[in-house]
Design a protein around this ligand. Structure first.
Ligand code: ZN
Length: 166
């Protein structure tokens, strides 16, 4: 029986991601593939939906609109926050995402978009918000997730037996 991509499968894939302008934003080769657990929001929803049902060796060009990727861009000005208000062990670099607690205790995601002297510039928009994403994907491997992977909601390396970084 052929294995196809479905919830609870760990998928290895080679891919290139470019934006509508044709600029390559991310890629992963067969030597260091993307490895994700299907059905656990490890990847953007629009891509996950289009990979479902594929088999090893299949390729797909997946067009993912911003709304099914990192969301539309909110028209909110980035904010400047003093650097010393961040935890000392937090990496202060553009693209780093973190969450703060909102008024009702909800998690509000924020991204660092720049550093200006002792001020850190943070934005409510993911760096790729508002971008339609274009993925070229080739499926390299599909296997069942281990019980531990399912409990954690993410894969533990190509075989599931790899060491843990958390
Ligand atoms: Zn884990």
């Amino acid at each position: 029986m052929t294995t196809t991509i479905a919830a609870g499968k760990v998928v290895s894939a080679r891919y290139t991601l470019h934006n509508t302008a044709g600029q390559v934003l991310e890629s992963a080769s067969a030597d260091e593939p993307l490895i994700y657990l299907h059905g656990h929001e490890n990847i953007v929803p629009g891509l996950e939906r289009q990979l479902a049902g594929l088999e090893v060796g299949q390729s797909v060009k997946a067009q993912v609109p911003a709304a099914e990727a990192y969301g539309e861009r909110a028209e909110v000005e980035p904010q400047r926050v003093p650097r010393d208000s961040f935890p000392a062990d937090m990496p202060i670099e553009p693209g780093f995402g973190f969450a703060v607690e909102g008024e009702d205790g909800e998690a509000l995601p924020l991204w660092i978009v720049g550093v200006d002297g002792d001020q850190v510039v943070v934005d409510v928009n993911h760096p790729l918000a508002g971008e339609d994403l274009h993925f070229d994907v080739e499926i390299l491997a599909i296997r069942d997730a281990t019980a531990e992977e399912l409990a954690h909601g993410h894969p533990h390396g190509p075989t599931g037996a790899e060491g843990h970084h958390h």
